[in-house]
Design a protein around this ligand. Structure first.
Ligand SMILES: Nc1ncnc2c1ncn2[C@@H]1O[C@H](COP(=O)(O)OP(=O)(O)O)[C@@H](O)[C@H]1O
Ligand SMILES: [Mg+2]
Length: 363
């Protein structure tokens, strides 16, 4: 191999040695040869420039004077041997002015003429470290921004819930209550004086009654006060029954767990369920709806599945459509409490919405 090299270059063995020395001296990376005790026996020009010492000064030094580490060099040398003679590590060299230079050192164990050496290739990685530091800083900023956006979304959803609750209470106090007393007074008047019913439209009572019912429905859509009173499962059951009565779609609810969940998670589940039912009624043309409410095996997630056998839709088109506010709001609501929403739908194959929410709300 060696003789090939010499023959090809048409040079003598002596010239080859000089050429190798010349190349090593001017290599792009620093090159340093060390004895097992850390004494420096050779340093190329690049290394000298890197640390600010000349070769003569370096040959009087030990690598422990240069390489700042909590470990003595001999420990690293033994490890290098155990690792099969090659290892790369990051560290720092202290230059003549006392500044630290970040370096990447590639260690190579050599046994030459019965003596052990480590031939280290040392690369100044100051620029790499600056870039890494910039990236780290940018990542922290991004993480902070992400957290801020999450906190804002959460505050937005909470404010929305509070406002809806407030509007719902206002509707109850300012509209339903007067309407109910009007209804009762009309009933009394009509029962005391049956002729009065003929003076006004005979259907007036029915009209007022249906106005009260509709207003209650709006109130309930705005804020499910029944949720606090009767719990999620009862409210879900009632809504499925109402859907059946209204549309003829067969519904089935199955649930198999017993845990108390935070109000915010319950409201989120309800909102997503409610939107899913609205979509089924408005868009699906389904005959059957299945709702499963379960707990994940590790009991950390509540899983809600709402599945219909309707006409389905093209997922990509709908997900890229900014008008799909209902679906977007379901996703956002799930994410705000640290959960996830999965959507599966194909034309002619129905739609399935699956939500996984943490049993304990994440901050
Ligand atoms: N269960 C479903 N079955 C069929 N199509 C659905 C269903 N759910 C949603 N879609 C389709 O997805 C679209 C977006 O739904 P959504 O974001 O809730 O907005 P909107 O209900 O206001 O149209 C609907 O317009 C409909 O085309
Ligand atoms: Mg919708």
């Amino acid at each position: 191999m060696e003789s090939d090299w010499i023959r090809l270059m048409n040079i003598t063995r002596q010239e080859k040695l000089l050429l190798t020395q010349f190349a090593v001296d001017r290599a792009n990376d620093g090159i340093i040869w060390l004895k097992p005790d850390g004494c420096i026996v050779y340093a190329n020009e690049t290394l000298c420039k890197m640390v600010g010492y000349n070769a003569e000064e370096l040959y009087k030094m030990n690598i422990d004077d240069l390489h700042s580490s909590h470990e003595k060099y001999c420990t690293r040398f033994e490890r290098l041997k155990k690792l099969g003679g090659r290892a790369i590590l990051e560290g720092s060299y202290r230059n003549k002015l006392g500044y630290f230079i970040p370096v990447e050192i590639s260690g190579n164990y050599l046994l030459f003429d019965g003596k052990e050496y480590n031939c280290g290739i040392v690369r100044d990685i100051t620029n790499r470290k600056i870039i890494e530091e910039e990236l780290r800083y940018k990542n922290i900023q991004l993480e902070k921004k992400g957290k801020r956006i999450k906190a804002l979304s959460k505050a937005y959803v909470q404010a929305q819930e509070q406002e809806r609750e407030w509007i719902s209470i206002e509707i109850h106090d300012r509209i339903i209550q007067p309407l109910t007393s009007l209804f009762q007074q009309m009933q009394t008047v009509f029962s005391v004086d049956p002729t009065s019913e003929r003076i006004v439209d005979g259907k007036l009572l029915v009209l007022v009654k249906s106005a009260i019912k509709e207003t209650r429905n709006i109130m309930n859509d705005l804020y499910p006060s029944d949720l606090g009173r009767h719990g999620l499962v009862k409210v879900m059951n009632e809504q499925l029954l109402e859907l059946e009565n209204r549309t003829g779609i067969k519904t089935q609810l199955s649930m198999g767990f017993c845990v108390t969940i935070p109000h915010s998670i319950e409201v989120t589940l309800y909102r997503i369920f409610h939107e899913a039912l609205l979509n089924i009624e408005r868009h699906s043309h389904a005959n059957n709806v299945l709702v499963y409410l379960t707990l994940s095996d590790d009991r950390k997630l509540i899983e809600l599945l709402v599945k219909d056998d309707g006409q389905g839709f093209d997922l990509e088109t709908i997900l890229n459509n900014s008008k799909s506010k209902g679906i977007q709001s379901m996703k956002r609501r799930a994410e705000v409490v640290g959960g996830e929403l999965f959507l599966d739908s194909r034309r002619g194959k129905g739609t399935a919405i699956e939500v996984h929410l943490p049993v304990k709300e994440m901050n």
